[in-house]
Design a protein around this ligand. Structure first.
Ligand code: ADP
Ligand code: MG
Length: 389
């Protein structure tokens, strides 16, 4: 069932998408542009991807009838959400092409597995995860050495945008923080002296061909991605190449098919550390829609249908700015004078996700500033930030 020969490379076939968020929505748009229809499975009504999809099944990700319908209709299936049950992907893969595989998604769903994978490959990539300890029960706390403090306690599963994380300075603070974790599997990670953060987007087809995008430099605010700048203003050519080569080795090692994003820390001494990976297109790759020959979402469609992978070259310098619910102007977003001025910037490319209700921290859309020089893109970003307050 999962050979490249059976991939749906005729248009008008249905592709399946588990998850209904903005990543799914942008995937739907690219899939439709390439001639496919998309079936979205998502429990929430009126979701960003469901609005754009040819069909939306509103059901749980593990609903047997919904999965059966998806398998009947869709020749190839993917996900936009790393926390879909891996068992659903495994079930679908009995009869359909599923990319990325349940095994790959399982690794990315669990920080313990993810770090084990990165550590196993470190001999080849030369890049290690942060020093860490696995905490499965209170008893594990006593074995933790002083060298991991100050540290960050992270839940092994379900963490995102800085959620499920507590910074701890001492063993006492760790005990207290762990007591609030409801006994779930955790990792304690040493706090590293970061200089800046980068991510590497890679895509791989079922035939093993892989491509890697330029290094993206990411700034977070309160745990949420704030801006992505490409080319990275800080990364050295040596570090860039090391991170890209590592990403290509990692994606091949687990025979991953589709788009994968790997986050790295660059430490103050210039050393690279590998942080985590997302088994899907990523927020830090949204810039590819406006600044690269082929977007990360088009790449996902190509990888899962056996089309040749797209051209990853960037044609213009850019900065991407996330638009969170915090700056939403009481439903008048697009007609306020400030927004009109932002949209009047010639470099500004706006993408809204169709979410009705703005909430603080909620990702409502993004703007990519694409210009002929990085100076211009950054100047327009600064203007927009001032206008949006
Ligand atoms: P999430 O799943 O929320 O993205 P991350 O592991 O990427 O979780 O952590 C979120 C942010 O916290 C990172 O982007 C980085 O800024 C900071 N961070 C995480 N781990 C460390 C660490 N070991 N040392 C220093 N900063 C860290
Ligand atoms: Mg992260």
């Amino acid at each position: 069932p999962h050979t490249a020969a059976q991939l749906p490379n005729s248009s008008s076939s249905y592709l399946g998408m588990l998850g209904g968020g903005q990543l799914g929505r942008m995937f739907v748009h690219e899939a439709q542009a390439l001639g496919y229809k998309v079936l979205v499975l998502e429990p929430e009504a009126d979701c960003p991807a469901g609005q754009a999809a040819d069909q939306h099944i509103q059901a749980a990700y593990d609903d047997p009838a919904a999965l059966a319908k998806m398998a009947t209709l869709c020749a190839s299936i993917t996900t936009e959400f790393e926390n879909v049950p891996a068992s659903s992907l495994a079930w679908l893969a009995q009869t359909r092409f599923v990319a990325p595989s349940a095994a790959c998604v399982s690794i990315a769903q669990n920080r313990v597995e993810e770090k084990r994978f990165f550590s196993r490959c470190a001999a080849e990539t030369g890049i290690f995860p942060a020093p860490h300890a696995v905490i499965a029960s209170v008893a594990d706390l006593d074995a933790i050495g002083e060298d991991l403090f100050p540290g960050i306690l992270k839940t092994a599963r379900m963490g995102y945008d800085g959620k499920g994380q507590v910074r701890v300075k001492t063993l006492d603070e760790l005990h207290e923080a762990y007591a609030n974790m409801d006994g779930v599997l955790c990792v304690l990670e040493k706090m590293l002296p970061l200089a800046y953060e980068i991510s590497v987007l890679v895509a791989r087809g079922a035939d093993g061909e892989a491509v890697v995008y330029p290094i993206a430099e990411n700034v977070h605010r309160e745990g949420v991605l704030f801006t992505t700048t490409v080319p990275s203003p800080h990364v050295s050519p040596e570090a860039a190449s090391q991170a890209q080569q590592a990403a290509l080795k990692l994606i091949a090692d687990i025979d991953y098919v589709g788009v994968l994003c790997i986050e790295f820390f660059v430490l103050q001494d210039g050393t690279l550390t590998v942080n985590e990976m997302a088994p899907r297109p990523h927020n830090s790759g949204h810039y590819t829609m406006d600044a690269c020959m082929s977007s990360q979402f088009a790449q996902q469609v190509r990888a899962m249908t056996g089309l040749p992978l797209g051209d990853v070259r960037q044609h213009s310098p850019c900065v991407m700015l996330n638009i969170l619910g915090d700056v939403w102007f009481d439903g008048e977003t697009l007609r306020s004078p400030a927004w009109d001025q932002v949209l009047a910037l010639p470099s500004a490319h706006l993408h809204l996700y169709g979410k009705a209700e703005p909430r603080p921290g909620r990702k409502m859309g993004h703007i990519t500033f694409v210009a002929s020089s990085m100076e211009q893109a950054q100047a327009d970003l600064r203007s927009a930030c001032q206008l949006l307050g």
